[in-house]
Design a protein around this ligand. Structure first.
Ligand code: UT7
Length: 323
């Protein structure tokens, strides 16, 4: 017998305002055609001025609780992945805790940019397997629209806002790769690559700053590192690409998603793709895709799912789980 962190609920929330690529043609030297063909993005959601990351996160969390048939009272901890928290402190996770009416347990944020949800899943899994929590809400939520430089066509057309959430619960498994729940995790970072993707401001530099990215350099690292981390995680679970039902990748660029699937020897029929509708929502993109994938009827109980992501740091990783 072995303890496993099993997904018992999933949900998401997207802000009402949908911005098609054509909006950017009005203010920038860009085209719908360029954005579509270079990134796969067709539209994205932007939060309203008074809508904060914790608001998006709370709605996604409530949807995941509803899906699980649970209430906030049943939750021991909240782990929230974000790089765009409402305030410098306290954590957005504690704000979600208050919004859900949860008065026990504990809540904190995890910051690993676009790989944040993978790192948050790893944290939540460790809390569960070490006996510190039985049920954990794991959330990815972002308002990247707040850190865009609207004059930089190479970045501002790529990102969007949103939130997704999972409820993980301790269940007993057999200790085999047939168990439901998280089976293996691989995490990596390499701070030498800071300049490829960063925000040129922050508390200690006394400004909010804007996102800066050398897109084609990140692209090159992405396909290589994502296929490798997914294969490392699969290998440590005693599995291979042939066992995978669904890759649920970070949704940054359709060409990265296609390149990674190809490197893993998998068809696009095995990939959940939402980048066309959400753009790059950083730490929110994987839980958004898991929730949409379930709603579409793609991901079903018992399916083997591999999530993988890379982003600022660089930080990257993969989680293998059976749904
Ligand atoms: O989520 C974290 C991880 N982030 C990523 O995974 C993003 C990774 N990178 C990418 O997705 C792609 O590199 C981009 C979509 C950002 C760019 O695609 P690319 O094929 O790598 O293009 P590029 O950066 O090499 O730029 C090609 C050309 C340049 O013009 P020149 O120098 O060839 O004349 C750019 O100035 O495209 C130009 N360009 C644009 N043209 C029209 C850049 N942005 C735009 C734009 N509209 N919005």
């Amino acid at each position: 017998m072995a303890g496993r962190s099993v997904v018992v609920g999933v949900g998401h929330y997207l802000p009402e305002r949908i911005v098609p690529n054509s909006e950017f043609e009005k203010t920038l030297d860009t085209t719908d055609e360029w954005i579509r063909t270079r990134s796969g993005i067709e539209r994205r959601h932007f939060a309203a001025d008074d809508e904060k990351t914790s608001d998006l996160a709370s709605k996604a969390a409530q949807a995941a609780l509803d899906d699980a048939g649970l209430t906030a009272d049943d939750i021991d901890a909240i782990v929230l992945a974000t790089s765009t928290a409402d305030l410098t402190f306290p954590s957005a996770a504690t704000m979600v805790q208050a919004q859900l009416g949860m008065t026990k347990g504990f809540a904190f944020d995890v910051q690993a940019v676009c790989a944040g949800f993978v790192f948050a899943l790893s944290n939540a899994n460790a809390l569960i397997l070490s006996g510190q929590a039985k049920r954990v809400l794991v959330i990815g939520a972002e308002t990247f629209s707040r850190i865009m430089d609207w004059t930089d066509r190479s970045t501002c057309v790529l990102f969007g806002d949103g939130a997704g959430a999972l409820v993980l619960e301790l269940q007993e498994g057999e200790g085999t790769a047939q168990d439901r729940g998280i089976l293996a995790i691989d995490l990596n970072s390499d701070g030498r690559y800071k300049d490829l993707l960063y925000v040129d401001g922050g508390v200690s530099t006394q400004s909010t700053g804007h996102l800066r990215m050398q897109g084609n350099q990140v692209f090159r690292h992405a396909v290589e590192k994502l296929a490798k981390t997914a294969e490392t995680a699969l290998d440590s679970a005693g599995l291979s690409s042939a066992d995978v039902d669904w890759i649920v990748p970070h949704q940054a660029n359709i060409r990265i998603i296609q390149g990674t699937a190809k490197k893993m020897g998998l068809s696009m029929d095995n990939v959940v793709v939402t980048v066309q509708d959400h753009g790059n929502t950083s730490a929110a993109s994987i839980p958004l895709a898991l929730s949409v994938g379930k709603q579409r009827g793609q991901i079903k109980q018992g399916d083997l799912v591999v999530t993988e992501a890379i982003g600022g740091g660089l930080a990257w990783g993969a989680v293998v789980l059976r749904w």
